[in-house]
Each structure stands twice: as C-alpha cells, then as structure tokens.
Design a protein around this ligand. Structure first.
Ligand SMILES: Cc1cc2nc3c(=O)[nH]c(=O)nc-3n(C[C@H](O)[C@H](O)[C@H](O)COP(=O)(O)OP(=O)(O)OC[C@H]3O[C@@H](n4cnc5c(N)ncnc54)[C@H](O)[C@@H]3O)c2cc1C
Length: 303
C-alpha cells in the first residue's frame, strides 16, 4: 500500500464529514498536526499495517474488535517532572544543563564536544530534536543535515483554574469548522485530582498546531486572552479566573508527513555506517511518551 496522507485515506474510505468532525480533531489532539500532510503509514503505523493486512479497517474491526490507536495519557503524582527527577536521581555520572555541540570520531571512539568539555565513549545515544541531531552529526554523518527538514508546528498550552463548575471526563477536541480558535482542552482536575484546590476546576487549553498556526503569531498576552475567551464560549458559567499560565512550544511535536520514509532510510544508512551511534529521539519510531519510554527501555535493558 502506498504512502498516502491520513486525509486522503479517510476521505476515500469514510468520507469528508468523518474527516472533518472526527479524524482531523483527533489528529490535532495527538500530533497538533494536519491530516492533509501527515502520513498514514508513518504517523499511524498500526492503522496502516491493519489496512495493508486486511484490506479494510471494518474487516479488521470485525476480526480484532479494536483498530483505533489507544489514547495514551500518562502522568505521575506531582506531574511529569516526577519521572525526570527520578531519572536524574538514579543516573550516576551525569552532566545536566550541558549543551552538546558536535560529535567527532577518533578510531573506534566518539568524542562529544560540549560547552563543558569533551566526553569520550564507545557508544553514543542521541535523544535531541531533529535539527539539533543534524547539527550534532554534521561531522560523522553529514547526510543527517536532511533531518533539519522535519517539521515541528508551534503549540501553546494554557493552564487555567477557576471556581468549580463540575468538569467531568477527559476533555474535548474542536473541529476547525466550528470556528473556535483552540484545538481542544483537557479536564486536568477531573483526570488528576491533585492538580488544583478542591473547590476549583483546572484545565489545559491547546492552541495553534499546524491547522491554526496563526494563533501563535500573536503576543503571549493575546494568546492567553484567546484561550480564556474561547473557553468562556464553551463554558459561559465560568466565574473569575484564579490562575492562568501559558507555555509556548515553538517547535512542539515532529510531524511524520507523507514521504517520511526518506528519513528512515537515512537512519538505516547511519546505523550501517556507525553502528555505535544510536538515535533515540521522538522523530523516529513514534513520539508519544509511552513510545519514547518503550524505545529507551528496549535499547538500554532489552525489554
Ligand atoms: C505540547 C505537547 C503536548 C504533548 N502531549 C502528549 C501527550 O498527551 N501524550 C504523549 O504521549 N505525548 C505527548 N507529547 C509528546 C511527548 O511529550 C514527546 O514526544 C516526548 O516527551 C519527547 O521526549 P524526548 O525526551 O524524546 O524529547 P524532548 O522532551 O524534546 O527532549 C529533548 C531534550 O534534548 C535537549 N537538547 C536539545 N538540544 C540539545 C543539545 N544540543 N545538547 C544537549 N541537550 C539538548 C532539550 O533541552 C531537551 O531536554 C506532547 C508534546 C508536546 C510538545
């Protein structure tokens, strides 16, 4: 089966309406992406494989009962930072807040040049975003320059807290045709009860992504205003905002677009030429947190 966009696949099999009201919002929720550009094969490999094997998602559904990708919402008591803090505590001999500049090769060893000196090792595992990875590899594997083409759309996440209105459930995603300038929202207080005071509700509003990039061209103050204004359209009963905070990701999630196979070919070539250099970044082999953890465990302890 050829490498086609998620939108073309859905349009052909389920129609335009299903794409507009179900699949595009879902794609915005997972990738902050555009279904017209994302590749079914590389962004949703399980769906692509099922379609290839059964020739039809409906047939697969009848046989396997479940074909949609699993929603993966992971967090920890105290937030995701808990995981990072624990890793930092358990890993000996670490250099935090150190910027790696370039990797060089000397016989069978690699030298990683950083802003705090040079580190030498037989094996190097790279976990940086695509542009940085290209920069690090420029001496040992110049073709990696192509990784700079991998696209990361901007995403703004606005956290809001307000007097309790009884938020219940996961949240919602917004079809673009509805005209709201947000991608969706997650009901944080409903999912993780320790995140705000008992008499308040809190949620995270997601904005921009590939389908509403223009929202991120606004100032931070305007983005906050947009988020609050749009949430008030959905929940007019919200009282005074008790807390608001914006986190802007200028380059958020790598987009596994049509033609992404070229990047995997490049990665295979790197592995052939430099078997002791590994890329474990989220722009190869899946970007969900669960996938990143799984890839790390498989590589380091063989699970
Ligand atoms: C807004 C947003 C929402 C998301 N929501 C979800 C979700 O709900 N569920 C889910 O599963 N996934 C989600 N993801 C995706 C997931 O969080 C990421 O793919 C995953 O956390 C990536 O982890 P990572 O460690 O591979 O990369 P990153 O977290 O990008 O870490 C890369 C690290 O490399 C460092 N670095 C960069 N350059 C250098 C250099 N030259 N030298 C040294 N260090 C360098 C950076 O400082 C950074 O710490 C979301 C992502 C974003 C941006």
């Amino acid at each position: 089966m050829e490498d086609i966009s998620v939108a073309d696949f859905v349009r052909e099999h389920f129609g335009e309406e299903f794409l507009t009201y179900f699949v595009q919002p879902f794609v915005s929720g997972i990738y902050a992406g555009d279904a017209e550009r994302l590749s079914l094969r590389y962004a949703f490999p399980k769906l692509w494989e099922i379609q290839r094997r059964y020739g039809s998602l409906l047939k697969a559904f009848i046989r396997e009962k479940r074909v949609a990708p699993k929603g993966e919402l992971i967090s920890f008591e105290g937030g995701l930072k808990t995981l990072v803090d624990l890793l930092a505590e358990k890993i000996p001999n670490k250099e935090l807040n150190t910027s790696a500049e370039v990797i060089e090769k000397e016989e069978d060893r690699y030298r990683v040049l950083t802003d705090r000196g040079t580190f030498v090792g037989k094996r190097v595992i790279i976990t940086t975003p695509a542009g940085e990875t290209a920069k690090l590899l420029r001496k040992v594997f110049p073709p990696a320059e192509a990784f700079k083409e991998i696209h990361y759309p901007p995403v703004a996440v606005v956290s809001l807290a307000f007097p309790k209105i009884g938020l219940d459930g996961f949240g919602f995603l917004v079809p673009k045709v509805e005209g709201l300038k947000i991608l969706g929202a997650i009901y944080v207080s409903s999912l993780f009860p320790d995140r705000c005071p008992a008499d308040e509700d809190c949620l995270s509003v997601f904005l921009c992504g590939d389908t509403q990039k223009e929202v991120c061209h606004q100032s931070e103050e305007e983005i906050l205003k947009t988020a609050v204004g749009e949430i008030r359209k959905v929940f007019p009963q919200i009282g005074g905002i008790k807390f608001q905070k914006l986190k802007l990701w200028k380059k958020s999630i790598p987009q596994y677009t049509v033609g992404y196979g070229g990047f995997y070919e490049l990665y295979e070539e790197l592995k052939r030429r430099e078997p002791n250099l590994e890329i474990l970044s989220n722009f190869l082999g899946g970007s969900s947190l669960a996938k990143c953890i799984e890839k790390g465990m498989r590589l380091t302890i063989g699970v």
